[in-house]
Design a protein around this ligand. Structure first.
Ligand SMILES: Cc1ncc(COP(=O)(O)O)c(C=O)c1O
Length: 406
């Protein structure tokens, strides 16, 4: 069981009379992250790599953040982490690098169901002579099937772009299996983990992903993003910076980047490691094991939240859940989308506002998915998105608000 009283005390933004269930849009920021951002501003807000102590400290803080974030996602080398303002921008930087090394006729596979960030940047390469293929989800199960991917892969496929978790369906994809399938054909993978990292631990070694990218503003941090890339591939790419900056990560990070957020984000892995200790972790003195331990407790708690909301929605015959109807934590995260018969999704959301329950309607930039499901005409779906700091009492408040709104 998670100690929600303690956890919620770490998120000052939760001190409101609203129930915040729009976490897939943006989560609350953890207090220790804010504290370190302030610490940077007050004690090391200077340019890195000078000889004076403030600058030395700024460099130490920066490197420590990269070390901790690398350990958190199980990357060997902190230089494999590229920081940027958003996932959308980082994917565009990566796609621009591929544009410069691909050859005419090379193929890229994108899906029809993900956030546009990991689709559009790749699709735009069609303008440069590359062939874009679409991996479509199974319209009955709403799942991406490995067999369909295999039908699309050829020796010319250079990259497959897909997500770890859908920001609309809440569905988890088997990242390791999809990656293995792409690798059989010599293709690389670029995985969007934005809707995954608030709920589950990334393990770049286990999954063997080539690139994985996510945004901290949905994972308890500020508006900032990070992309992991395998070092040998980063070395082989041309970069996106001045000609004399040849080393990862700087070759992909033009200009100064956000040192205050970097230092702040060193507190995020600390938050999860400390949470493990607060929840009775008794294993080896090892942060990676602590991460695994606390994330399994988080998955258990989230399963309880999903069960409550899904049981309610499943019991109504006027509601269609858009995504897995099961609450099992191996299949989904507690991001739950639905429509009510032909009703406008926006209308429902405005009603739940009256009860101070914040949810959201729309296409959530998974524009192609909503289009292919024919849901644009009713203003997309209603999306409820919960995370580990949300309580079962809040889920009850949501259900009461839905009872009124539906
Ligand atoms: C799954 C997914 N990918 C990518 C993005 C885009 O992230 P950013 O705003 O950092 O570009 C979002 C934001 O909603 C998202 O939910």
């Amino acid at each position: 069981m998670l100690n929600l009283e303690y956890i919620r005390s770490q998120f000052p933004g939760l001190e409101t009379d609203w129930v915040l269930f729009d976490n897939a849009g943006g989560s609350q920021i953890a207090r220790p992250v804010v504290d370190r951002i302030n610490e940077h501003f007050y004690t090391s807000n200077v340019q890195l790599d000078g000889s004076y102590p403030h600058s030395v400290l700024a460099r130490e803080r920066h490197d420590e953040a990269h070390r901790k974030l690398a350990e958190w996602i199980n990357a060997d080398d902190p230089k494999e982490l590229i920081m940027g303002s958003s996932t959308s921008l980082l994917v565009r930087i990566l796609a621009d690098n591929f544009r410069r090394i691909l050859r005419d006729g090379d193929e890229i596979i994108v899906t029809n169901c993900d956030h546009e960030a990991n689709i559009g940047a790749w699709r735009d390469l069609a303008n440069y002579g590359f062939k874009i293929k679409e991996w479509r989800l199974n319209p009955d199960t709403l799942a991406l099937e490995k067999e369909d991917l295999e039908d699309l892969l050829t020796k010319k496929t250079k990259l497959v772009a897909f997500t770890a978790a859908s920001n609309v369906l809440g569905m988890l994809n088997p990242v390791k299996e999809f990656t293995r399938t792409a690798h059989k054909y010599g293709a690389l993978v670029c995985v969007d983990a934005v809707a995954y990292t608030p709920h589950r631990l990334i393990d770049v070694k286990e999954t063997d992903v080539d690139f994985i990218v996510f945004s901290f503003y949905k994972t308890y941090g500020p508006h900032y993003a990070m992309m992991y890339g395998k070092m040998d591939i980063l070395n082989a790419l041309p970069g996106f910076n001045h000609f004399f900056i040849r080393e990862p990560p700087y070759k992909f990070q033009p200009g100064n980047y956000n040192f205050e957020f970097c230092h702040g984000l060193s507190a995020l892995p600390d938050y999860f490691a400390d949470l493990a200790d607060k929840h009775g972790y008794k294993g080896e003195n090892n942060r990676k094991e602590r991460f695994k331990y606390i994330y399994s407790l988080i998955a258990g708690h989230e399963e309880g939240l999903s069960r409550k909301v899904l049981d309610y929605l499943n019991a109504r015959n006027d509601i269609k859940i858009i995504g897995p109807v099961e609450y099992n934590a191996d299949i989904r995260v507690p991001t739950i989308a639905f429509v009510q018969k032909n009703r406008d999704s926006r209308e429902i959301t405005l009603k739940t506002d009256e009860d101070k329950v914040a949810i959201r309607w729309g296409h959530f930039y998974a524009y192609r998915l909503i289009n292919d499901l024919g849901l644009h005409k009713q203003n997309g779906v209603v999306r409820i998105s919960m995370v580990h700091y949300n309580s079962l009492d809040e889920a009850d408040r949501l259900i009461r608000a839905l009872d009124y709104a539906l």
